[in-house]
Design a protein around this ligand. Structure first.
Ligand code: G16
Length: 544
């Protein structure tokens, strides 16, 4: 096998964001762009030499080409073995599981998550470490530093490698094993949940469900688990064929992008349970009949009911949420007498807490929840958790959530996204707001009094590492909050996220419209950040 050492020059835009490097496909196809980033991984992660690497992605446009390039580079960089999902496919949670069960030194996951795909869409690459989770900041910083010094990369001259048939082959000294992407993951799910009870529920003629795979990676996983193993009616899984461009839509599980599912669930004769996942299978949306479960509520309900699920029967060690996620889970943790950690946005921050046995369950407002069964968020796991819950409680989704609100109060919550803002203007908006924070504590805005205002900083309780500049918080005396952050996953300009929350305990005030219930906070956010003038935006582009 011939190995080429190819001269190259650094790209200055390969700093991993919230979840790896995400860019437009056209950027990734620029000569040497992908190769440089991959070489940065091999240069900075010495443990990969002589070890096993897991490789797969969400099947979007450029996935197959990228897999071929990475296999040849792995062979040229001394990797002992690469285990790759058939067709180059692995959902993000399935990749995490494989890294863990194979005791691999790490994994490369190809995905831009919920971002659109196709030749004019986005592509992404991220490195996961040996615990199966996204690389922590120390590792992404090392990869970034290596990318800035890049002078050459190594690649094996090899013919096209067959990734479409399960089996073993060699590439020079390196072994390549192609595995079925679904089986191990489906077995894991079966070990966590009460499949007999769930089977009885979905087969009882009185229960209907739909799962929207959004033409993304979860189609084959959902068919195997929901239709084959649990026996749900054929057609339960909608938009089940994975497509390289996701059928031209965003594989983003919310009511705008999972439109047909939304119409079904809010229409006449709606099924009992609806759910969706995203491009790479780590996000989830949960719907009842005519009812949307906010991700933050979903996390809190899961924690409060975890003892009903076989895998969590012995209780939770602790829980965690990202800072902008609502405090609904905090109320549950307090009632259960278990710790609740508040981390920055990004799944990587949960890794140490999970590895150290401090938490069992964690989640984020951005439609992500998971547990210690893997080190990624897990869309289908969340769907199965809810299905198990419905079977165990014998109640529909709506009743489960309303009962929860009666017990813990309701944390009204919304996120307003202002997209494609000029990056300079977005930075200026944040700088001005940051500068104004010290003047806010003690100030009264209508019925709201500011208790504290800060720029969130996190000290990891396990390794002591500090992550600062993680979002601007305005905290009110009654527990309400407004949080401002710039997204770390967008690919065009900047996205300003404004997160708004207040707690309501009056039993007759728990069923209000979310935007109406938060109207005073929404107005106040505009007043303090001056979004209209600073960002040139009259209204948010997306409201979740
Ligand atoms: C990624 C991260 C999540 C984060 C989300 C949004 O999810 O894994 O932890 O909450 O991005 O991040 P941001 O607010 O910075 O855009 P995914 O599903 O896109 O991989």
């Amino acid at each position: 096998m011939e190995i080429s050492v190819v001269s190259t020059r650094p790209f200055t835009d390969q700093k991993p964001g919230t979840s790896g490097v995400r860019k437009q496909v056209s950027r990734f196809r620029k000569t040497h762009y992908l190769e440089n980033f991959v070489q940065s991984i091999f240069d900075s992660q010495k443990a990969l030499a002589g070890a096993e690497l897991i490789l797969g992605g969400d099947g979007r446009f450029f996935n197959r080409e990228a897999v071929q390039i990475i296999l040849r580079m792995a062979a040229a960089n001394g990797t002992r073995k690469v285990t790759v999902g058939r067709g180059g496919i692995l959902s993000t949670p399935a990749a995490s599981h494989l890294i863990r069960t194979r005791h691999a030194a790490g994994g490369i996951v190809l995905s831009a998550s919920h971002n659109p795909g196709g030749p004019t869409g986005d592509f992404g690459i991220k490195f996961n470490v040996a615990n199966g989770g996204p690389a922590p900041e120390s590792v992404t910083a090392a990869i970034h530093a290596a990318s800035l010094k890049m002078t050459h990369y190594r690649i094996a001259g090899a013919p096209h490698i067959d990734i479409d048939h399960v089996g073993h082959q060699t590439l020079g000294e390196m072994e390549v094993e192609v595995v079925d992407p679904v089986t191990d993951y489906a077995d894991l799910m079966e070990s966590l949940f009460d499949f007999p009870a769930m089977r009885a529920l979905v087969r009882s003629g009185g229960f209907g469900m739909r799962f929207d795979a959004m033409h993304a990676v979860t189609g084959p996983y959902a068919i195997e688990i929901l239709e084959e193993r649990l026996g749900a009616a054929p057609g339960t899984v909608m938009r089940k064929e994975p497509l390289a461009d996701f059928g031209g839509r965003h594989p983003d599980p919310n009511l705008s992008h999972a439109r047909e599912l939304g119409e079904l669930m809010f229409g006449r004769d709606a099924p009992d349970f609806g759910a969706a996942s995203d491009g790479d299978g780590d996000r989830n949306m949960i719907l009842g009949r005519g009812f949307f479960v906010s991700p933050s509520d979903s996390l809190a309900v899961m924690a409060a009911n975890a003892h009903l699920i076989p895998a969590y029967r012995d209780g939770l060690k602790g829980v965690a949420r990202s800072m902008p996620t609502s405090q609904a889970i905090d109320a549950v943790a307090e009632a259960m007498g278990i710790p609740c950690y508040e981390t920055p946005t990004g799944w990587k921050f949960f890794g140490n807490l999970l590895d150290d046995g401090r938490i069992t369950l964690c989640g984020e407002e951005s439609f992500g929840t998971s547990s210690d069964h893997v080190r990624e968020k897990d869309g289908l796991w969340a769907v199965l958790f809810w299905l198990n819950l419905i079977a165990a409680r014998g109640q529909p989704v709506t009743e489960i959530v309303r009962d929860h609100w009666q017990r813990f109060g309701r944390h009204y919550y919304t996120r307003h996204d202002y997209e494609e803002i000029d990056s300079g203007r977005a930075e200026t908006l944040m700088d001005r707001l940051r500068a104004a924070l010290p003047s806010l504590p003690g100030r009264q805005f209508g019925s709201l009094q500011v208790r504290a205002a800060d720029d969130f900083s996190y000290t990891d309780p396990v390794d002591g590492s500090i992550s600062s500049g993680q979002g601007l918080r305005i905290l009110f005396e009654d527990g309400a909050r407004i949080v401002f952050r710039l997204s770390g996953t967008g690919t065009q300009g900047a996205t300003l996220r404004v997160y708004l929350e207040r707690h309501e305990t009056r039993p007759d005030q728990l069923d209000e419209d979310t935007q109406a219930a938060l109207a005073p906070l929404i107005e106040l956010a505009e007043e303090v950040a001056d979004i209209r003038n600073q960002a040139g935006k009259e209204a948010p582009d997306v409201i979740t």
